[in-house]
Design a protein around this ligand. Sequence first.
Ligand code: GLC
Length: 725
Amino acid sequence: MTIPAYKNPALPVAERIEDLLSRMTLEEKAGQLNQWYNLGPDQYEQVRSGEIGSGLLANSSTAGNNRQERVFAKGINEIQKIAVTESRLGIPLIFGRDVIHGYRTVAPIPLGMAATWSPELIEAANTIAAKEARADGIHWGFSPMLDIARDPRWGRVAEGFGEDPFLVGQLAAGAVRGFQGNDTDAIPQQFPADRIVACAKHFVGYSAAEGGRDYNTTEITLHTLHNIYLPPFKAAIQSGCATVMSAFHDIGGIPLSAHRYLLGDVLKEQWGFAGFIVSDWGAVGELINHGVAADDSHAAELACNAGVDMDMSTMVYLKNLPDLVRAGKVSEARLNDAVGRVLRIKFAVGLFENPYADPDASQAVHLLPESLATIRQLAANSMVLLKNNGVLPLSSDAITLCLSGPLADQRQALFGCWTPDGQEEEVTTLKEAIAGRLGPETRLHYCELTDDAIKLARASDVLILAIGESAGRSGEDNCTTTIELPAGQEALVEAARCMEIPIVVVVFGGRPLNLTRVTDWADAVLFAWHPGITGGLGVADILFGDVNPSGRLPITFPRSTGQIPLYYNHPPTGRPMVANSRRHSRYVDSLDSPLFPFGFGLSYTTFEYGNLRTSPASEVPEISVTVEVTNTGNRAGTTVAQCYVRDSVASVARPVRELKGFERVHLQAGETKTILFRLGPEALSYLDDNGNEVLEPGRFQVWVGGDSNAGLGTEFEITSDGSID
Ligand code: GLC
């Protein structure tokens, strides 16, 4: 008996898709576009009838934290067996899950990972996450989240890579490569068997929510969309990201899941995106709440015609698309396009040939020592030293330490948001990490800062205070009206001052926090983000100098909530900021500058930049920028050389600075290296309202240094014939 073409792996995928589409009913096609969550016996009949094409393993399916109860592969195999052997066409389901920053080996939150400024480290972390998730039977991870973050009141700043389009785009490429294992800049024809499909989200501009309030409306001009919010998604698509998730919000009254221009014209037409778009949870049905759809049928029509291919968790597509096609409101060509996109990814994942997971695979893949070591290295490299008057690094011998503070012995807080597959008991707390590495002559007092404890603390050489945010204070639907520290923590630091011993403050958090006074009072401040399963160890590695801190801020730290939004790549305005002057965009009750600027971070050594030179390339409008970086301290260290550009005069006001290049540089004490940045048309252009690059002649400025305030700069000119001198 010959097998049907779509089941023949020897045939080209396009042929297999065409054959399968020719066999499918309208109902079966709509079923492929229907993603439902936490599939179980109640859904067996729908799976058998081909009404569900994808399963979403939502948080609630973790069934508590007992891993044994929750091995997904068993449940996935039960459902998959029904789909493959009992449905008419035997099309396997694709299973997705929020794999946001690690899976079982929980990595630092993405905002923390971004502070490494290392696409390679993020690729390594996502490689581990992909292999661990795939071993559990998961095929698809709903990340990287690429929302540009300019408002830290928004809880989801924790889930993204920060405020800068260039940095977020570079890190997105690393994240996609880690998940998908692709070594080309296209969607893999065949994903490696131990990798998962990536999903760039939330397309697009979700983070511009007014008031920093999740799900809120946004107002984003086409210019800002094309130059700030879209570039990271384009970088992800150019790295082969196979799926995109459309967002909840509206831009100027047009909800993203009904946004023809952005989903259709930009993402699919202009960028040639060949994967599929899944709506965010419920977003198709929510078009009714937005007031643009009269009912479910209208919502399905708007979303499908706009470009949403798969409907997450509403069944609106399943129930309405067949009739919409019969009524001519959605063309069968568009329905076939959507189904074809989904099938292409299912074929690429190898589901038709290998639909089942190995329930025992995870034991050999999860929590490997080398994975924990990689994530520990990443965690330490993510932490940002904000202040140090020399008290750090600590000696781990012949010293009496006092450790206190609400997060000193916390586990869940080190995980941060979106860690459904982490096991809390597997976290190493800061207290455990410090206790585990003290020398024989060292004593550690761990105490709450009550009266009698103060005597203990006073008798110590150094007080370490661990403060910051719990995991539940960041992530989705966890926005705050303020970026002040949680109640009582600032007072704790102030009280500690009376002990007249050095104070080292370690801050765990999922967003920039107002550390203005804490930074004044403490002798050292280390911002550790929510650093993941090995976070306590990473902090100890920094505190005792095993790792020289190299983290650099991927997001501006304001002095107060009132300064928000505050970001480095802002337009100059007609009244540029001039320190200590009036009549420019400022507040009378605050300094204009941020507490810590984008790109900032200290080291246990020092670095100097010098000998900045530019040299035009011969033919194309490209300029080479070279700079010498010297380690002027007495120990090896890594810094991040950052290259910023300004187009001084253009048809539209251009930002005062834009990051256009960066490089992590490791230098021995006294060593100097020359770093080269090549700035071509893409780096020197801006995008017009149609997304086209515009490179205009005129004067440009360029700076290179250790953060966005870099002072070492020069100028160059692009002449009218496009050459540079
Ligand atoms: C959530 C989030 C999205 C997540 C999805 C599935 O509401 O907005 O980031 O991937 O639903 O859980």
